[in-house]
Design a protein around this ligand. Structure first.
Ligand code: NDP
Length: 252
């Protein structure tokens, strides 16, 4: 029920952090994973590590905010692998400034990277998911899909948008046997949050104190949910937003 043998999974931002954690999980379940990032060198390194673990992995370089690049990416996936079953929209960024200090360019960078990329990749993936007889879209939200953040308004808006976009995909594509779900990670130790810890005073301790599990998450903590939402085990689950947060979102 959880095996993904013969399936092809595209993971945006799969060359590091949460994306690589999920890509590894999908590959361990038998999928061929194609990881996408702008930094080709970093992607090559990630593929090498996965291959050394006996997993099937490939990398393609693309900026997922660029419509033409996304179209070319999907074409290349089909040429190399012949099908697409699973799309993980994980690429993301943050610019931490309060609203009154945020430029339009900053706002657009965050919205394009976190939200528009999910639209572009999903739209380009749809004919291939449909042709495969159905498929899975997994969008990565955040605790800021639920909570506000004074220091990250564009990020919170983009991650709130991801949840509503997921619900729209779920309702639009259910008839094509495509399930779309969002994952809302808690605080996970990655490059993105290492930067946050430098920029936001006291963040590290606040997260520890606020997380019932009493620790930061690791990228591997996202592998299980990725496999579940990519596999037939979740075929009647669509349009949901599932926290993977050590209890962060339920602490009163
Ligand atoms: P990282 O900074 O470690 O990884 C971000 C990834 O996105 C990199 O692989 C990067 O690759 C890729 N990326 C960024 N911009 C683009 C682009 N324009 N085109 C293609 N790829 C791009 O971050 P995380 O692993 O922490 O975050 C992954 C996702 O999880 C994000 O959506 C983030 O918002 C979300 N998240 C993270 C949390 C955390 O605590 N870490 C909590 C909640 C959500 P490259 O630089 O090569 O392009």
């Amino acid at each position: 029920m959880f095996r993904l043998d013969g399936k092809v999974a595209l993971v945006t931002g799969g060359n590091g952090g949460i994306g690589l954690g999920m890509a590894r999980g999908l590959a361990q379940a038998g999928a061929t994973v194609v990881i996408v990032g702008r930094d080709a060198e970093k992607s090559r390194g990630a593929v090498q590590v996965l291959k050394e673990q006996g997993l099937i992995a490939d990398a393609l370089a693309a900026d997922v905010t660029d419509e033409a690049a996304v179209a070319a990416l999907m074409k290349e996936v089909m040429q190399r692998h012949g099908r697409l079953d699973i799309l993980v929209n994980n690429a993301g960024t943050n610019i931490r400034r309060p609203v009154q200090e945020l430029s339009l360019a900053d706002w657009n960078t965050v919205m394009d990277t976190n939200l528009t990329s999910a639209f572009l990749c999903s739209r380009s993936a749809w004919p291939h998911l449909k042709a495969a007889g159905g498929g899975k879209v997994i969008n990565i939200g955040s605790m800021m899909s639920i909570f506000g953040a004074a220091y990250a308004p564009a990020y919170a808006a983009s991650k709130g948008g991801i949840v509503q976009f997921t619900r729209s995909l779920a309702t639009a594509w259910a008839a094509d046997n495509i399930q779309a779900n969002a994952v809302l990670p808690g605080w996970i130790d990655t490059e993105l949050t290492q930067k946050a810890r430098e920029q936001v005073d006291g963040l590290h301790q606040r997260v520890l104190a606020r997380t019932p599990a009493g620790r930061w998450g690791a990228p591997g903590d996202l592998a299980g949910i990725a496999v579940f939402l990519a596999s037939s085990a979740s075929d009647f689950i669509t349009g949901t937003a599932i926290p993977v947060d050590g209890g962060y979102s339920v602490l009163g």
